[in-house]
Design a protein around this ligand. Structure first.
Ligand code: ATP
Length: 430
């Protein structure tokens, strides 16, 4: 494409409760500055002074409650203001959750049920603004001093770690506009594919592991317990996708279901949980500002997420390249995806379909460009129930010399020799 035309710095005067929607190009920088008033990006306030550099490809809304003037500098793909936003409904939802947190805190020391803050699950079709609403609810809560836990079940995009993972992390302060979700201590379980239909039983098993670990953490931490969870989900809301949403509500004991932008889904979920009186299913409008993304674009963002893990959001990290002997590591796949043929079994044995079975994988050149997770498990048997320490990207496999070359975000030896294979790939030229 031709180089974008130069755009001089420009100011926008925003009326109360309106927003400036901006799409940043993939290869140009855009800076934003608050000139007067107050404004926020997805729940995090703009600093009163100084320029913020918005990462490439971001699609943001700079919203003001009381009016503001903001300035943009650099080239953008699009920018326009709108005074039609669902922000009042969103902030009211936040206020209700906040009251529940306060109630939970007041009940501390009493019964476990009462001291549990809201467990919010945000559902809706693709591009309904789920991740964005999660960010706002988390940042508004953190601004008031709560430390809610963010749980991301969206293996297609993966806002906490990389795609193919389900993960959770405490949010202790409003989410940084530039750096995003903090990465210091995510609890991540590796599924290894961007789509749950490849092995839904593994997806469910990992949800259960994550939920159980959080449950244990909450039982020893009244503060996180009262702050509750905000759970982001996949945009797949039909068939198996719908079934997995019901599973998630049950597994994480969600008590507030926020349904974005789809009447039908709201009705279905309401009917499905009506026998459980303590679950509120709430319908919320989606924002017209949410940018639609097609599957090619999604595939690309997946790739960029993987790249970001190794190279940093601003391309400011240098990953470390390392070599291991085949004999130094063991690679497994969780769930074979297909059953062993009868002919491969001992005579008389029946094939058992265990979808969460662990399968040892031979290292081959097929692994080049794929991502492997490094498990915290001590023994292969523990892989499915263990979270992962991090990820490596295979850059070369030398069959003759039996050596595997990879990049990792940190130098030094791998924290474990047990690796989990995946179908996630990333190519240098992506
Ligand atoms: P998916 O199901 O694919 O994960 P989603 O429902 O989580 O999608 P979001 O990721 O929240 O949708 O939103 C899609 C894109 O739209 C994001 O890039 C987000 O930053 C952008 N966006 C959301 N709300 C607005 C807004 N009001 N103005 C401009 N951009 C917005």
């Amino acid at each position: 494409p031709a180089a974008a035309a130069v755009q001089p710095p420009r100011q926008f005067k925003l009326d109360p409760q309106s927003e400036l929607r901006v799409e940043v190009l993939p290869d140009a920088t855009l800076r934003v500055r608050l000139v007067s008033g107050t404004a926020e990006i997805f729940g995090t306030e703009l600093p009163p002074e100084g320029w913020l550099t918005i990462p490439p490809r971001s699609k943001i809304a700079i919203f003001t409650w009381h009016g503001a003037t903001v300035e943009l500098d650099g080239v953008s793909e699009s920018e326009y203001t709108s005074d039609e936003t669902p922000m009042v409904i969103y902030v009211n939802t936040h206020a209700i959750l906040d009251a529940r947190r306060a109630r939970a805190r007041a009940a501390q020391g009493g019964d476990l049920e009462a001291s549990q803050g809201p467990r919010v699950i945000v559902v809706g079709p693709t591009d309904s603004g789920k991740s964005t609403l999660c960010k706002m609810l988390l940042s508004w809560a953190a601004k008031l001093g709560w430390k809610p836990t963010y749980v991301d079940l969206d293996i297609g995009q993966g806002s906490i770690t990389i795609p193919g993972c389900i993960s959770a992390t405490p949010i202790e302060k409003p989410i940084d506009i530039v750096d995003g979700i903090p990465l210091e201590m995510p609890l991540a379980y590796f599924y290894g594919h961007p789509n749950p239909s490849i092995n839904p039983d593994v997806y469910k098993a990992l949800m259960r592991e994550l939920a159980q670990t959080l449950e244990t953490q909450f039982s020893g931490n009244a503060e996180s317990r009262a702050a509750g969870m905000v759970i982001n989900t996949m945009g797949w809301v039909e068939g198996l996708g719908y079934e997995l949403l019901l599973n998630a509500i049950e597994i994480f004991k969600a008590n507030v279901v926020l349904v974005l932008g789809q009447e039908k889904l709201w009705k279905m979920l309401k009917d499905a949980v009506q026998s459980k009186p303590n679950i509120d299913v709430v319908k919320l409008h989606k924002s017209e500002g949410v940018v639609l993304r097609n599957s090619k674009y999604r595939q690309k963002t997946r790739s960029f997420r993987i790249k970001e893990y190794f190279y940093g959001i601003a391309n400011d990290l240098a990953p470390h390249s390392n070599v291991v002997n085949f004999s130094d590591v063991s690679v497994f796949r969780i769930g074979s995806g297909h059953q062993a043929p009868r002919s491969a079994l001992p005579i008389g044995a029946e094939p058992v379909a265990d979808p969460t079975r662990l399968v040892a994988v031979n290292i081959s050149t097929d692994m080049v460009h794929t991502v492997l997770a490094v498990s915290y498990a001590k023994e292969p048997d523990g892989i499915i129930s263990s979270n992962v320490a991090g990820f490596i990207h295979v850059t070369d496999v030398d069959i003759q010399r039996k050596k595997l070359t990879y990049i990792a975000p940190c130098p030094g030896d791998l924290p474990s020799r047990l690796l989990i294979a995946s179908s996630l790939t990333w190519y240098e030229q992506a």
